[in-house]
Design a protein around this ligand. Structure first.
Ligand code: ADP
Length: 486
């Protein structure tokens, strides 16, 4: 047991002092002696002992006050109080100020060394434990600091712009990419300020106000210099909102080129077909044609018409996929359905079809592109009429459930074989059982699917061979935007 620990004796009775000195020296402790307060002060200035023993009435002073002062300066240093007379009051006070133990006269050497040894051991154990805990906490803290520094580095260097807002739409964090996007200087102090004040961009305002109603909002932020950002708003529990932005200017440019190409091709493909049809129509006016020639003219007209309709469908699909007519507005769904039905009412009566229309008393408004939505109904109702044999029945029903409108078009046509069902929304796909003489390009449902996708909706088919088909379309309803928060 290494006993080189220094024990400071603050004792003024020479006899007791000698006893302690002998006892502790014999037990291999280093001993320092202070016979008065000045000596005690000096000893504590020169070295920090492993333990101090102070006697009651040391140097006629209040030993507890002295002990208190020492413990304030060296909180982990054990202080032993030597009681010369029995005094429960002194013991109580001693415990209150944090004295480690008391020694009572008369004293035995063994008792002195044992008490000193135990007190120093306990103090060392507390010291070891404290050091271990401090080390552990420091390591954990360092790990957290490292992680935060890593996150900070990612946040600072990420190419996407990121803005974090609190629940009152004040800026908590904004990374250099977002600053660059909005032309903020790096040393601009924006933390804690309302985002609407720091970044008063109208598109950003719209994005954030829509977010309250829409769980996965994304929108574009367009700048006067032609840059376009794709922005997403994600609510973060207990923090607020994260806005992430990517520069999609180059994608927009590609899109523009694609649109220009579609427009040019549209014109170049349609013009010669119109000319052919025009001249074929004129043939019987420039001279008499025999029956066979008339039949041939009729076939040419049919073929040109079907190529024209194929080209129209193809161009239409190209325009939809290129993002034409994507502007959305509040549309009256019922009006669109009724319009669509009006245009096909002649075909319905020609085929003697029974039409059942089940509309709710009121269809809430939805947000969409009226031209495109009209195309959806034209195609689905058109197919139901086209594929249903004479005398069959078509049912059109609309239901509103939660925040969705569900449209179902059911017919008593030939149905679609199960193997074909997963493919009918693909371009140019026609089912294996298309009745003879029923024309089509296989593009109608691809157009429908593209439009529904653009409206964040869903479409599917349920069909039984020989019994009929039911096409279901689900579209999200329009929700009134709440007043912007920023
Ligand atoms: P098409 O021009 O051939 O009608 P669509 O893309 O509109 O092309 O439809 C794809 C295929 O799906 C059709 O060729 C047909 O086989 C099948 N189909 C679509 N609607 C119906 C329906 N109401 N009844 C039976 N089959 C249908």
């Amino acid at each position: 047991m290494p006993k080189s620990d220094l024990v400071l004796l603050a004792l003024d009775d020479e006899e007791i002092l000698q006893l302690f000195d002998r006892a502790l020296t014999a037990a291999s402790y280093q001993v320092n002696i202070a016979r008065n307060q000045a000596a005690l002060k000096k000893a504590l200035q020169e070295s920090t002992p492993a333990l101090v023993i102070i006697s009651q009435n040391f140097n006629d002073a209040d030993e507890l006050e002295i002990a208190k002062g020492m413990l304030e300066r060296f909180p982990t240093m054990p202080v032993l109080l030597l009681l010369l007379q029995d005094s429960p009051e002194a013991i109580k006070k001693a415990i209150q100020i944090g004295v480690s133990d008391c020694l009572y006269a008369p004293l035995r050497i063994k008792e002195i060394t044992k008490t000193v040894e135990n007190s120093i051991k306990r103090s060392n154990r507390i010291g070891d434990w404290t050091r271990r805990e401090v080390k552990l906490t420091t390591a954990t803290l360092q790990q957290r600091v490292d992680e935060l520094q890593q996150l900070d580095t990612v946040f600072e260097h990420i190419e996407d712009g990121v803005i974090i807002l609190d629940e009152q739409s004040n800026i908590l964090l904004i990374n250099p990419a977002a600053r660059r996007d909005f032309g903020l200087w790096l040393d601009d102090s924006v933390k804690g300020k309302p985002v609407s004040e720091v970044l008063p961009h109208p598109d950003l305002k719209i994005l954030m106000s829509e977010n309250i109603n829409n769980p996965t909002p994304h929108d574009e932020i367009t700048f006067d210099d032609g840059r376009v950002l794709s922005a997403q708003c994600t609510p973060i529990p207990r923090i607020g909102l994260a806005i992430t932005m990517q520069d999609i200017t180059y994608l927009k440019q590609i899109d523009r080129l694609k649109n220009e190409f579609v427009n040019t091709v549209s014109h170049d493909l349609r013009s010669p077909l119109t000319a052919i049809l025009g001249y074929v129509d004129l043939l019987d006016r420039v001279g008499p044609v025999n029956d066979q020639q008339r039949e041939f003219i009729h076939r040419v007209q049919n073929s040109v018409q079907s190529i024209t309709s194929l080209v129209n469908d193809l161009l239409e699909l190209g325009r939809i996929e290129a993002g034409f007519d994507t502007q959305k507005e509040v549309v009256p769904l019922e009006g669109i359905i009724r319009y669509s039905l009006e245009t096909v009412s002649g075909m319905i009566s020609d085929k003697k079809l029974k039409l059942d229309l089940n509309l709710p008393d009121e269809i809430p408004q939805m947000r969409g592109n009226p031209i495109r939505l009209r195309q959806v109904f034209d195609n689905l109702i058109g197919n139901a009429i086209k594929y249903t044999p004479e005398g069959g029945a078509i049912t059109i029903s609309v239901e509103v459930q939660n925040d969705q409108v569900i449209l179902r078009i059911t017919d008593t046509g030939p149905g679609i074989p199960p193997a074909d069902q997963p493919h009918i929304f693909e371009k140019f796909y026609r089912a294996s059982n298309v009745p003879k003489g029923v024309g089509g390009s296989g593009l109608g449902l691809a157009i429908v699917k593209s439009i529904i996708d653009n409206h964040q909706g869903r479409i599917w088919v349920e069909s039984l061979l020989g019994q009929g088909s039911a096409f279901t379309v689900v579209l999200p309803l329009y929700k009134q935007p709440a007043a912007p928060t920023a």
